[in-house]
Structures are given as C-alpha cells and as structure tokens.
Design a protein around this ligand. Structure first.
Ligand code: MSP
Length: 508
C-alpha cells in the first residue's frame, strides 16, 4: 500500500549563537514543504531542533559563566520563540540533550555492523567551529576554509567507522537514484567526492568533556556529528516508539545547506547502510545567502538578524521574498532594499491591489454579493497555473511556483484593465457581463488564496476571510476541492477588509 506520509527535516542548529538568516532560510523551506504536503492531504511530520552536544556549546556557556544546561535551555527557548514569530509549523523541536535521543543513539550503535567499527590512534587537525576533522589538503593556508582559524592538532585513541566499506554500494545507489541529492550539480559534486574514496571517520572523541558517552567505552564521547545525524531517526521515535518510526522513516526530504552536504551525502547514508536502514528519499541542498553581494559577517556589520527583520516586516512578507528572490538550491543575494522592492511591487501593487479592487467593485456594483459563475475566461489559465505550481513545488522549486502564482495575479490585473468593470457598470444592458467579469475574478482570487498558502499562511487566511469564506474549513479540505473551478458560494457576501499589504500614506 502506498504510504501517504511526508517526513521533512531541517539540520539541527548549533546554539552557540542566536539564529541568523541562514538557519531561518532552511527552516522556512521545510515549513513551506510541510504546509504544501499537508494541503495535499499527507500525514506530515516536520522535525527541527538544536544540536546541543557540541564542544562549542560548552565553550559558549563557560564564556558566559552559566551552567551548560541552563545555557542550552535558554538558547532552545530563544530559538523556539523565533520560530513561532515566523509561523514555523514544526511537529517536534528535538534537542539532542533529551533522554529519548540518547536512548535512540545507543540503540543505533547496537545495529551498526560490528565489522565497521575499530579502534585506532588518531592524529590530525580538528576545527571545533565545524566539529570536523580536516585532512591537510582541505585546509586553506593551514586554516579551516569556513572559519578561517587554525584548527587544533589532536592526537588520541579513537573509535572509527569504516565508511569505506560502503563506497561501492553508495556509488551504485547514487547511480540508481539520480533524485537522491538535489540540485543535480550538488549530486555530481558529491558523487565526485565519493569516487575519490570514502574516508573512515572517527566516531568518538577521547578528549571531549561534553556529549553522549560511547556505549562500548564510556571513557569516550560519541563524535557530535555522528550522533547529531541520528536526530533524524530519534526525532520520530527511533529507540522509543517503533510504530511512529516505522510510519515515517525514511524521510521524503531532508533540507540542508551546502557547507554540510558532505556529512549528509557521504557519512549519513553510509551509517544507514551499515545499520540496515533505508536511505532518505531526497537530500535537498540549498545555497548561501549573501547581503548586497557580501558574505554576512559581524565585522562587515551586515548580518541580518531574523528578529530585526521580523520587527520591520510581517512574517509572510519575509517568507515570500526569501523564496521569490532567487532559486532555492542556488546562492543568492538578499537585502532590506530587495525585500522592500518586492513588497511594494508584487505584494502591495499587484496582489494586494487586486484583492482590494475586486472586492471594492463587488461591493459597489453588486452590493457585495458573489454572483453565480458562468464565465469560462479563467478556467484554462487557472488550471495551467495549478499544473505549473504543483510540478514546481514537488521539485522543491519555490521560485518557479511563486512565478506561476504571480503570473495568475498579473493575468487578473490585466483582465480588469481589458474588461473595465467601471464602464460595464454604467450600462444596464451589461449587467450580466459585469457579474461574470467579477465572478471570474473572485473565483480566481480563491485559487490565489490557496497558491500562496504554503508561503504566506496568514495572507491566505486573510484572502479567504475577505472573500467571505470560513477559514476554519480550510485546513483539512480535500486537495481536489481546492482546485475545482467554480467553488465560491453564489449569493454569499464578501467581507472587504484592510489592504493586505499597506503602504505608507505618501506612497499609496
Ligand atoms: N549542527 C550542524 C548541523 C547538524 S545536522 C545533523 C550545523 N549547524 S549550523 O547551525 O552551523 O548550521 C545550520 C545550517 O545553517 C546549515 O545548513 C548551514 O548551511 C546554514 N547556513 C549558515 N549560514 C548560511 C547562509 N549565509 N545562508 C544560508 N544558509 C546558511 O551545521
């Protein structure tokens, strides 16, 4: 039987600092997917959370002179608060200091094929910022390529995972499942690394003072990446709730940034193969956000703080712009100026005005009553929009889905200019035609309300409310019903409200 579940994950975030726009970006993307699949009627599980066993957490807590657990509790609360301000509809916020995660991790070690684990001395460079061992050839002028700092030289006795045992199986898997890693350029890059050879990975740290003890040798702690990746299993109950785990595993989409693609594309599947679990269906790797063409950095003073962003703009506007501005999967640029331009043009002038004008005309010419729909003028364009939108959403191509939505808005605005309801209203003989023009526009707006819903859930509710629909009925409505042409109840009244995207007086 075909499962109708949809399990989506974000990376779990380090909490040595507050969220920045990069963490917001991935979390919003997963939220858009979760909302889209809920709309389509799937049983969705959306997991996000915090990576709390890193050495740098301990360092950050010590720097602030706070107990580590108190520090982590405060940080996790701060992250949750930000997610709530951006309407992130997660089903679970996992913290890797939670007992059930530890249980699941222990269980996983029992499942790992024993021939894949061995003990050996380790000597090499370790970047605490990345929590990653760096072979000499990946350093740039002796420094970590990400943090630009000199890594620590570590010499200790560790346990290793023989990832190399899975090299061939993984190459075969990549080849049989071209959709496993997306976008395609990222897949090719990872396949290239894979073909160079999978290196064995140290999976414990002897010197670590924080983290989950290694079951086979409690003097060591599990290497944080190895255990953090397992959150994707423990977050849905692995080790404590077999039924839930079976229901949702494997994940349909795992969203992650390009800097952590190697861990997810090479180590993670090798771990799953060793323990005998199915691999996730899709790893979607997104790009990096720059600000006015520059990498965000404290010293440049261009870091965009999600809370500051939120104080200036409603959540829906940020959500729309981030995914409209450049394709998800590529690097792209973002700035307050860009956000402002999209707000004024596409949101206020195009979408907001469309709703406002259509409802004003319905009130003025039809006493606010929705006419019976007879016009076919929009049927084809609405159906084409849905087709383009659905295929884009299923390909995680958000900017294309939003382009398709915008094209429908543009069509409606042009239709108004062509059919001039204000002229039709002057001639009693055109009464029926006027009703049909407005009925078609109102019904198209109902479709637009659905199309924007994964990106702008509040705006979607507002569109439905102003169209006189019962918002409480929206969630749980069958997908096929949303897409039907001619669904607005004739005879009901619209409820024109405030503009969706207000502009300051002088610009309106
Ligand atoms: N804790 C690990 C992930 C473990 S997952 C099992 C981690 N955390 S992180 O907080 O450092 O990074 C989280 C995510 O933020 C990564 O996917 C990273 O790509 C993303 N971003 C960090 N800066 C970014 C931008 N400037 N733009 C977009 N995303 C970026 O790594």
């Amino acid at each position: 039987m075909k499962r109708n579940t949809f399990y989506v994950t974000t990376p779990i975030y380090y909490v040595n600092a507050k969220p920045h726009i990069g963490s917001l970006y991935a979390t919003l993307a997963a939220d858009v997917l979760a909302r889209w699949h809920r709309m389509k009627g799937a049983d969705v599980f959306f997991l996000t959370g915090t990576d709390e066993n890193s050495q740098k957490t301990l360092k950050a807590a010590e720097k602030e002179g706070v107990e580590p657990m108190k520090y982590l509790d405060d940080m996790a609360a701060a992250w949750k608060e930000i997610w709530s301000q951006f309407d992130i509809s997660y089903d679970r916020f996992i913290r890797t200091t939670e007992a059930d995660h530890h249980r699941g991790v222990q269980e996983f070690f029992k499942r790992l094929n024993p021939r894949d684990v061995y003990k050996a001395p380790y000597e090499g460079w370790y970047c605490v910022g990345c929590e990653e061992f760096y072979p000499e050839d990946r350093l740039v002028d002796g420094a970590c390529p990400i943090h630009k700092t000199k890594p620590e030289w570590i010499r200790e006795e560790n346990y290793f995972f023989k990832a190399s045992n899975y090299q061939e199986a993984l190459v075969a898997y990549y080849e049989a499942h071209p959709e496993f890693i997306q976008p395609a350029a990222r897949r090719n890059e990872m396949l290239g690394f894979l073909k160079q050879g999978l290196k064995d990975t140290s999976i414990t740290r002897a010197g670590a003072r924080w983290g989950i003890p290694f079951p086979q040798d409690e003097s060591q702690r599990i290497y944080v990446w190895f255990e953090a990746l397992l959150n994707y299993m423990t977050g849905i109950g692995y080790g404590v709730d077999a039924e839930r785990f079976e229901r949702f595993w494997p994940a349909q989409v795992q969203v992650l940034g390009k800097d952590i693609a190697r861990f997810h594309a090479l180590l993670w599947p090798a771990m799953l193969l060793s323990a005998g679990f199915a691999l996730p269906e899709k790893l979607f790797v997104h790009g990096f956000i720059t600000v006015n063409g520059e990498k965000m950095s404290k010293s440049l003073g261009n870091v965009i703080d999600p809370l500051e962003l939120r104080a200036k703009y409603p959540s829906d506007v940020v959500r729309y712009t981030l995914f409209r501005e450049f394709p998800f999967g590529q690097d792209g640029d973002f700035s307050y100026e860009k956000l402002d331009a999209r707000y004024r043009q596409e949101l206020a002038n195009e979408l907001g005005n469309l709703l406002h004008r259509v409802l004003s005309m319905t009130e003025r010419y039809l006493d606010g009553v929705i006419p019976r729909l007879g016009s076919e003028d929009f049927r084809a364009v609405v159906s084409d929009t849905w087709n383009a939108y659905e295929s884009a959403m299923d390909a995680v191509d958000f900017s294309r889905a939003l382009e398709a939505t915008r094209a429908l808005v543009t069509f409606c605005n042009e239709y108004i200019e062509q059919h001039k309801p204000w002229v039709l209203a002057k001639d009693p003989a055109s009464r029926e035609r006027l009703s049909q023009v407005l009925a078609g526009l109102l019904e198209s707006l109902r479709h637009i309300g659905w199309l924007v819903r994964p990106f702008m859930p509040r705006i979607s509710d507002e569109i439905f409310t102003q169209l006189g629909l019962d918002v409480a009925r929206a969630d749980g409505m069958p997908f096929s019903e949303m897409k039907i042409w001619n669904c607005l109840p004739a005879g009901a009244r619209v409820r024109k409200g405030q503009p969706l995207f207000p502009l300051p007086e002088k610009d309106a």
